[in-house]
Ligand binder design. Structure first.
Ligand code: PMP
Length: 316
C-alpha cells in the first residue's frame, strides 16, 4: 500500500525519549474582557510540556549540567530536591528514565494529586510542615543531602542552569513565535528562573518591558514581607539569588482571590484549564494591557501549568 502524506508541516513525529518533548510550546492568543481589541495577550502554554509544567525545562537543564560536570553519574545516582510539586515531578520523571533514585522534600500542604504523581513516578516523598516556611524545607533537604552519600541537590532556587534553561529555550521560542514583536513580558516569580532567563534573552534582542508578578500577601519584590498565600508556585517569601532585579521594570501584586478567579475566567474563555499562577499572570497582564501606554501592544505571558494539578483545592 502506498501512503501519501500531505505537504503541510508535519508535527506528528516519533521520538525516542520524553526528553525530546520538553519545550517548543505554543503561544495562545487569549481574549479576555477588559483587554483592548487592538492589544494582544499571548500566553505561553507550559502545561504542554511532557510532565505538564514549565519546570520540565530547568529540571532537564540542571540534570544534564550535573551529569556533565560529574556531580551526578549518568545512572544510579541519587537526586534530592525541595519542591512544592512541579520541579519534583519533572525531576522524578527524568530520574526514573535515567535510573536515578529521587527524593522530594515537599511542604505538607502540597495537593494530593502532586503526591500521587510523584509516587507513580517512583519518587520518595519527605513531607515537612508548611507553617515553617520554604527556607526550613530547604534546610531539611540540605541536611538529608549531607546524610546521603553520593547524592546531589539541584537547589533550583540558586542553580544557574535553571536560568540558563529559560535563556536557551523559553526566550528564543518567544522571540521566534512573535517574529521579534514582543512589547511586554509578564512573568510570575517563584525561583525567578523563568523571569530572569527569559527577560535576559529578550532584552538582548528587543526592547521589551518586563513585569514581575507576585502574590499580594507575599510581596517581597515590592518591598513587603513574605508570608503564606494562595498562589502555589510563585511568592516563595524571599528574593532568590537567581532573581535579577535589574531586568524588572515593573512589579504587579495579585490578591489570592483575583488569581483563582482569573484562572477560572481564562479556563472558560479558552477551554484550557490553567493553574492558579497562570490566573495571577493573566490578571497582571490584563492590568498592564489596559494602560494607554500599551495600546496596540503585544503582551506575552507564561502560563506555568494546568488547572488539573489543583482540582483537589476546590476553590470554586
Ligand atoms: N507557577 C508555577 C505553578 C510554578 O510551579 C512555578 C515554578 N516554581 C512558577 C509559577 C514560577 O517559576 P519560576 O520558579 O521560574 O520563577
Amino acid at each position: 500500500m502506498t501512503v501519501t502524506t500531505p505537504d503541510a508541516p508535519v508535527t506528528s513525529r516519533v521520538v525516542d525519549s520524553v526528553e525530546e518533548l520538553v519545550g517548543e510550546t505554543p503561544l495562545l492568543r487569549v481574549r479576555l474582557a477588559g483587554i483592548p481589541e487592538d492589544t494582544s495577550l499571548l500566553a505561553k502554554l507550559e502545561m504542554l510540556n511532557p510532565l505538564s509544567s514549565v519546570k520540565d525545562r530547568p529540571a532537564l537543564a540542571m540534570l544534564r549540567d550535573a551529569e556533565a560536570t560529574g556531580l551526578l553519574p549518568a545512572t544510579g545516582g541519587t537526586v534530592i530536591e525541595c519542591s512544592s510539586g512541579s520541579t519534583g515531578i519533572s525531576l522524578a520523571a527524568l530520574c526514573t528514565l535515567r535510573g536515578h533514585r529521587c527524593i522530594i522534600v515537599m511542604p505538607d500542604n502540597a495537593t494530593e494529586e502532586r503526591r500521587l504523581i510523584l509516587r507513580q513516578l517512583g519518587a520518595e516523598i519527605v513531607t515537612v510542615p508548611h507553617q515553617e516556611g520554604l527556607l526550613a524545607a530547604w534546610a531539611h533537604a540540605e541536611r538529608l543531602q549531607r546524610a546521603t552519600p553520593g547524592s546531589w541537590l539541584p537547589h533550583q532556587d540558586r542553580n544557574p542552569a535553571n536560568v540558563q534553561a529559560h535563556y536557551d529555550t523559553t526566550g528564543p521560542e518567544i522571540l521566534r513565535a512573535t517574529a521579534g514583536r514582543v512589547d511586554v513580558l509578564v512573568c510570575g516569580v517563584g525561583t525567578g528562573g523563568t523571569l530572569t532567563g527569559t527577560a535576559r534573552y529578550l532584552k538582548q534582542h528587543t526592547d521589551v518591558h518586563v513585569v514581575a508578578v507576585e502574590p499580594a500577601r507575599s510581596a517581597v519584590l515590592s518591598g513587603g514581607e513574605g508570608g503564606p498565600h494562595g498562589i502555589p508556585g510563585i511568592g516563595a517569601g524571599y528574593v532568590s539569588d537567581l532573581t535579577d532585579l535589574s531586568l524588572v521594570d515593573d512589579v504587579v501584586t495579585v490578591p489570592d482571590e483575583a488569581a483563582a478567579r482569573t484562572a477560572d475566567e481564562v479556563t472558560r474563555a479558552t477551554g484550557l484549564p490553567v493553574g492558579i499562577s497562570s490566573g495571577a499572570a493573566a490578571h497582571a497582564s490584563r492590568l498592564i494591557a489596559g494602560r494607554s501606554r500599551w495600546a496596540g501592544a503585544t503582551v506575552v505571558t507564561v502560563f506555568p501549568d494546568s488547572g488539573e494539578r489543583y482540582l483537589s483545592m476546590a476553590h470554586h
